[in-house]
Design a binder for this molecule. Structure first.
Ligand SMILES: Nc1ncnc2c1ncn2[C@@H]1O[C@H](COP(=O)(O)OP(=O)(O)O)[C@@H](O)[C@H]1O
Ligand SMILES: O=C(CO)[C@H](O)[C@H](O)COP(=O)(O)O
Length: 557
C-alpha cells in the first residue's frame, strides 16, 4: 500500500495551523499558519465599530474558514504528497469557544440583521463577561446540591457554555430567540467540512456539563436559573454527543474542491486543543501530566478513578483517551502575562539593547533573567493577570508583584512572572497528587517550551519533576491528525483506535529538563511564601481584588 497521510488543524487563540503528517511514523511533512485577520476582538466589532464591554473577547467565524482555505492547500502543496493519499483529517480548537447559529447552520453574525449585535459573534474561550452568570449558576447549583458540581472542582466557569448562553439570553434576548443552536466552534467547523453537525463528547463533557451516563443537568435546574432556560439542552443544545475519534463524515464535494483534497477524506469529530495534545505527546496512561503551554496553560492528566480535586476544570470519562478518566486544570494566562510585560512594561533602554544584540525582547529578558538564582530578585508575583482558573476558579482575581524596590530591573520582574506561573502550576500538581492522582513526570507541548528554556527549567525546579518536551511544534494539530487517522480506520490505511495511532505517530524530544536540587530547595521556600499570598488574596474574606474590579467596572460604565 502507498504511504498514507492525515491533516490536523489546530485552532489557537490568535491563529490556526495545519500540519500534514505521515501515518507511518507521525513525521510532519509540512505545516502552515494562518493568523486570524480579525484576531481576538476585545474592543470594537469589525466594520460597525460597536464598542465591547469590559472582559469581552470575541472572534469572527469567517477567520476559521480562511484557515482551512489557506493552510490546508498550503501543506498539501509544500509536502508534495499526492492529495489522494491524504485519508483523514481532524481539528482541535480552543474551548469553550461558542457561537449562535441559525437553522441553516450559519453564524448569526454573518446575517446583516444581527451583525452589529456583539452577542451574535463567537464568544472566545477567554470571554469573561459572563462572570455574573457563572456566579449565579454556582450559587443555585450549590443551594440545590447539584451532583455535577463535584466533577468540575466545585465551580462552573464563566468561560463555559452555560454561563455564555445565559449571558446572551439576559443581555440580548432577541439573539437568544433567533438562535437555532449554540455550538462549539470546533463542531461548527466540522459541520462546514462534512455537512454534519455533531457535538463531540470532549467539549460537551468539559465545557457544557454533559455526562456520559447522566447527560446534561436537569430541566428543573435550568428552570431554577431562569424559567426561559428550562428547555435549553433539548432545544438550543440539542443533538447527538459522540465520542472522540468518531467519523463525523467525509469532506463535502465543495469543501474537497476548495481544499484540493479527495471527497473520500474521513473527518473526525472536533476536539479541544489541549486534550488533542495528550496523544500527540504519546501519553495514554496515568501519572504523566501534560501541559499545553501557550497563551494559557491547560494541564491534562489521566486517571483510573473519578475523584474530586479542588478547582479542577473537569473530569470526563473517555474525555481524552477512551477507557480512562480525563482530568483538566489550567491557568488562564501564562504566555499572555509575558506578552503583557514585553508590550507594556519594558523601558526604551531595554528595547534598544535587544535591538543592538539582534534578539527579540523575550530572548533578551530571558538571557538576563537566567543570570539570577532563585530568590535573588527579592520579588514574588501572583500569576492572575487573567484571573485564576485552577485551583481557585475566580476570573475576578488579578496580578500582584511584591518586593519591588528602586533597584528592581525589568529582567527581574520578567523572571518573577515566569516563576509565578510555575508556582501556579505547582498548586495544580499538588492538588491532583494530594487526591491520589499520581503526577510522576511532566510533558510539555505548545509554543512556550520551544521558545523559553529558562521557563522550562524553572518549572522543573518548582515542581521538582522532570519535564519531557514534545518533538512537534504543532502537537495539538498532530493529535488532531491522529484522530483523523482513527476516523479513516484501518481498512483505509489509518488506525483502529487512538492508542494504536499514538504508538506509531507520537514523538517527544531526547532533551528533558531535570530539577536542579539546589534550586528545588530555594524554590520550596519561595513556594511557601507564594502559597500564603495566594490564600490571602484568593481565599477567605479578603476580597480586595473583587472590589477593585467592581469599582473599575462602575467607573468605566
Ligand atoms: N520567548 C518567549 N518567552 C516566553 N513567552 C513567549 C516567548 N515568545 C512568545 N511568548 C508568548 O507565547 C504565547 C504564544 O504561545 P503559542 O503556543 O505560540 O500560541 P497559542 O497559545 O495561541 O497556541 C504568547 O502569549 C507570547 O507572549
Ligand atoms: O480552555 C481551553 C482548553 O480547555 C482553551 O482552549 C485554552 O486555554 C486556550 O488555549 P491556548 O492557550 O492554546 O490558546
Amino acid at each position: 500500500m502507498t504511504k498514507k497521510y492525515a491533516i490536523g488543524v489546530d485552532y489557537g487563540t490568535q491563529s490556526g495551523r495545519a500540519v500534514l503528517v505521515s501515518l507511518e511514523d507521525g513525521t510532519e511533512l509540512a505545516d502552515h499558519v494562518t493568523p486570524y485577520s480579525n484576531g481576538v476582538i476585545d474592543e470594537k466589532i469589525p466594520e460597525s465599530g460597536v464598542e465591547l464591554g469590559f472582559e469581552w473577547a470575541l472572534q469572527d467565524p469567517n477567520d476559521y474558514i480562511q484557515v482551512l482555505k489557506q493552510s490546508v492547500p498550503a501543506v498539501v502543496r509544500e509536502s508534495g504528497v499526492n492529495p489522494e493519499d491524504v485519508i483523514g483529517m481532524g481539528i482541535d480548537f480552543t474551548a469553550c469557544t461558542m457561537l449562535p447559529i441559525d437553522g441553516q447552520g450559519e453564524p448569526l453574525c454573518f446575517n446583516t440583521n444581527w451583525r452589529e449585535n456583539p452577542h451574535s459573534w463567537v464568544k472566545l474561550w477567554k470571554h469573561h463577561a459572563a462572570q455574573a452568570h457563572a456566579n449565579k449558576l454556582n450559587n443555585i447549583a450549590n443551594e440545590r446540591n447539584e451532583k455535577f458540581l463535584a466533577r468540575y472542582g466545585g465551580k462552573i466557569s464563566s468561560e463555559w457554555m452555560m454561563a455564555k448562553a445565559w449571558q446572551i439570553l439576559d443581555e440580548a434576548p432577541e439573539i437568544y430567540e433567533v438562535t437555532d443552536q449554540f455550538v462549539e466552534a470546533a463542531d461548527w467547523v466540522i459541520s462546514k467540512l462534512t455537512g454534519n453537525l455533531l457535538r463531540n463528547s470532549c467539549t460537551a463533557g468539559y465545557k457544557a456539563i454533559w455526562h456520559k451516563e447522566e447527560g446534561y443537568p436537569s430541566k428543573e435546574f435550568f428552570k431554577a436559573l431562569d424559567p426561559r432556560l428550562e428547555d435549553l439542552t433539548e432545544t438550543k443544545l440539542r443533538g447527538e454527543v459522540v465520542p472522540l475519534g468518531t467519523k463525523a463524515g467525509q469532506l463535502t464535494e465543495e469543501m474537497a474542491e476548495t481544499l484540493g483534497l479527495s471527497p473520500n477524506v474521513a473527518v473526525a469529530v472536533g476536539n479541544v486543543d489541549a486534550h488533542a495534545s495528550v496523544p500527540g505527546v504519546g501519553v495514554v496512561t496515568p501519572g504523566k501530566l501534560v501541559m499545553a503551554m501557550g497563551t494559557s496553560i491547560c494541564h491534562l492528566l489521566l486517571g483510573e478513578k473519578e475523584v474530586e480535586v479542588e478547582g479542577m476544570c473537569g473530569v470526563v470519562e473517555d474525555g481524552i483517551i477512551p477507557g480512562l478518566y480525563g482530568y483538566e486544570a489550567g491557568q488562564s494566562a501564562v504566555g499572555d502575562i509575558f506578552e503583557w510585560f514585553v508590550n507594556h512594561s519594558v523601558p526604551a533602554y531595554v528595547v534598544e539593547a535587544a535591538k543592538a544584540d539582534g534578539v527579540g525582547l523575550h530572548q533578551w529578558l530571558e538571557q538576563k533573567a537566567a543570570e539570577y538564582k532563585p530568590g535573588e530578585t527579592g520579588l514574588l508575583a501572583l500569576d492572575w493577570w487573567n484571573g485564576n482558573r485552577s485551583v481557585l476558579v475566580d476570573t475576578e482575581l488579578s496580578g500582584v508583584i511584591l518586593g519591588a524596590t528602586l533597584q528592581t530591573k525589568p529582567e527581574e520582574m520578567y523572571r518573577a512572572l515566569l516563576e509565578a506561573t510555575a508556582f501556579g502550576t505547582r498548586k495544580i500538581v499538588d492538588a491532583f497528587h494530594e487526591k491520589g492522582l499520581q503526577v510522576d513526570e511532566l510533558y510539555a507541548c505548545g509554543g512556550l517550551p520551544q521558545k523559553n528554556k529558562l521557563l522550562m527549567q524553572i518549572y522543573a525546579d518548582v515542581t521538582n519533576r522532570s519535564i519531557k518536551i514534545a518533538a512537534s511544534k504543532q502537537t495539538p494539530a498532530l493529535g488532531a491528525a491522529m484522530f483523523g487517522a482513527v476516523a479513516a480506520g484501518k481498512e483505509s490505511g489509518g488506525y483502529d483506535n487512538i492508542i494504536e495511532a499514538t504508538e506509531k505517530m507520537a514523538r517527544i524530544k531526547d532533551e528533558t529538563f531535570e530539577p536542579i536540587p539546589e534550586n528545588v530547595a530555594l524554590y520550596e521556600q519561595l513556594y511557601q511564601e507564594y502559597s500564603k499570598l495566594h490564600d490571602y488574596f484568593g481565599r477567605g474574606e479578603n476580597k480586595v481584588m473583587h472590589r477593585l474590579k467592581s469599582i473599575r467596572a462602575k467607573v468605566s460604565e
